[in-house]
Design a protein around this ligand. Sequence first.
Ligand code: IPD
Ligand code: CA
Length: 275
Amino acid sequence: MTALSDDSLTPDLTPSRLLEVAVAAARTAGTHALTNLDRRTDIAQGFAHDVKLKLDLECQTVAEQTLLSHFPSHAILGEETADDATPTRSSPYLWIIDPIDGTVNFSHGLPHWCCSVAVRHRGITMAGAVYAPALAELYTAAAGGPAECNGQRLRTSSVPRLDQALVMTGLDQKVNPRMKRFALFRAIADTVQKTRVMGAAALDICRVAKGQADGYFEAGIYTWDVAAAALILENAGGRSEILANPSPHQLLFLATNGHIHEELKSLISGHLAAE
Ligand code: IPD
Ligand code: CA
């Protein structure tokens, strides 16, 4: 791949060109994390129910270096620096990075974690890559193209009803305190065939794209967790929806195979309304 010296002069970057670079950045970050697995307990900041590792920021930095080596003037929104003045610079192109999604899993040596890189042009997602190095899975999609895992085309499931569905969710600490998260969890668990909390949102949504799960919902998720996976899901035939956006990057986010979308949305909405 050739680096461009002044990408502001190339407004027509194709989605497939952007995907190439998204994949390169996700692979660089993921490879850095995997090759440094022995440093997985090197903590930058600890919380009661979460952790920030030194590798979170390191992986973001290597992903950024890859992106900027190709497109030096593009803007970047990265989870680890999202509290700084963001995005980094003004550009019609915004790259969105979650360097390690599923950090708690990673820190315990569980393989369900990934690196997520998406790029938006004037707010429209053009390409997304989700790379799970410990599972050897690379999920990709470019606008107008197929969703793939390791080059194999993805299709969402045809499960038609919630009582037959496997629905993934999470129990994030940062959800609106008005919401009783276990009550909502229970409402979902009591209704669906089975619920799962796997701990890496981007990968969970890719499982819906792959047809291994039928739905996903979280109330305390962030733009960088879902930006790439939402495009992958939609290009696999699924549906995603931001149900609320309580603070700049925070989302209540629903992703489904399409068939169970309204049923799951109404369960969640009814429950939230009742809180
Ligand atoms: C977390 C994971 C987890 C979800 C949390 C996220 P992180 O991302 O995606 O599954 O429940 O809401 O914050 O912190 O590991 O990047
Ligand atoms: Ca992360």
